[in-house]
Ligand binder design. Structure first.
Ligand code: HEM
Length: 69
């Protein structure tokens, strides 16, 4: 099950004009970290059928839940 956070309950990079300038790099780094960890672990997909969300840059609707075995 995917839980969406309430608005403004998770603001790790701050906001407004002083918002973290490195947020895109940091987000990419964390995505690479998760991918590299997943490559080393044994895991299974919890929802084999994934539907896209968005048009120009599609992402999996509801994420891609896995269970690490
Ligand atoms: C998980 C990683 C990171 C977190 C959680 C984070 C978080 C933050 C936060 C909370 C602020 C203050 C925003 C505000 O005052 O409203 C900030 C500012 C800043 N961050 Fe990051 N940051 C991260 C990574 C990075 C990276 C990778 C870079 C550069 C490559 C970077 C560069 C900066 C700079 C230059 C500021 C000052 C911006 C300003 O005052 O205008 N940060 N960051």
């Amino acid at each position: 099950m995917v839980h969406e956070p309430k608005p403004y309950s998770f603001v790790p990079f701050g906001g407004g004009t002083r918002r973290c300038i490195g947020f895109a790099l940091a987000t990419l780094e964390l995505q690479v970290l998760v991918i590299r960890l997943a490559q080393r672990a044994r895991w299974r997909l919890e929802r084999p059928v994934t539907r896209p969300r968005g048009i120009a840059t599609a992402t999996p609707a509801g994420g891609v839940p896995i269970t690490v075995l």
